[in-house]
Design a protein around this ligand. Sequence first.
Ligand code: G
Ligand code: G
Ligand code: MN
Ligand code: NA
Length: 250
Amino acid sequence: LRTEASLHDALKNNEFLLYFQPKLDLQTGKVVSCEALIRWQKDGRLISPISFIPVAEETGIIIPIGRWVIEQSCKVLREWQKKYNYAIPIAINVASQQFADASLVPDIKQMALRYQIQPELLEIEITETSLMNDIELAIVKLEQLKSAGFGIAIDDFGTGYSSLSYLRHLPITTMKIDRCFVSDLPEDSAIASTILMLGKQLNLTVVAEGIENEQQLDWLKENQCQIGQGFYFSLPLPQAEFEALYIATQ
Ligand code: G
Ligand code: G
Ligand code: MN
Ligand code: NA
């Protein structure tokens, strides 16, 4: 049962874990960073976030779950730093309600300090829709995160209703092309081309999500998309498997 009480127990019993999906430099083929994606390990099965994040958002328990994701990501960053002297950035997903909560920015700063993380290694992914809920507040919060050095990506870009005039004022570092536009490639490339052009003009890193085949990859490389992720390269992986893949591509 995906109830607030069961999610509370899951936190208490340490049943959440993070999977890591690699992001690759499309020109070199090397793994350069990753996206942390939460899973719930219950009775030997892995439960997808699709089936519990909505309940977590409705009930507010997304705040402590989100805090767990921030802390766990900082722990892993610290571990990579100590174990391998690696500096592999981790991107975490922040839900709308979590972004609106006053504790988000202090939590992130505090965890980075506690685990002695270079802020550049932690990237916050926020959907376009969350940002546009309250654009003035979003600008203030993103400014606080960016001035502290954290990376900021607009997730699922192109599916919300961004005002292009506001986009210019958002202190972001990265745009992620939503996977529905990547799945249209190479035949229908109008939206992907436009997002790449916009990213270039605004001096942002562009990440293509959901790359599933070679034809999509070839189009993205030819059109100077810098970074990509998708099942063509790798599913989200348990930590040890991600580390092995990272090492193999260096
Ligand atoms: O990894 P997967 O495809 O199963 O993720 C499904 C959805 O759950 C995606 O939209 C993803 O952004 C979201 N998601 C995964 N991990 C987290 C998380 O830690 N926090 C939030 N808020 N959403 C997450
Ligand atoms: O909403 P967000 O972009 O954070 O979603 C990330 C989710 O996308 C992850 O749960 C991951 O499993 C999924 N994903 C990653 N790569 C691919 C892909 O190539 N195809 C599809 N269909 N989903 C993907
Ligand atoms: Mn994401
Ligand atoms: Na996305």
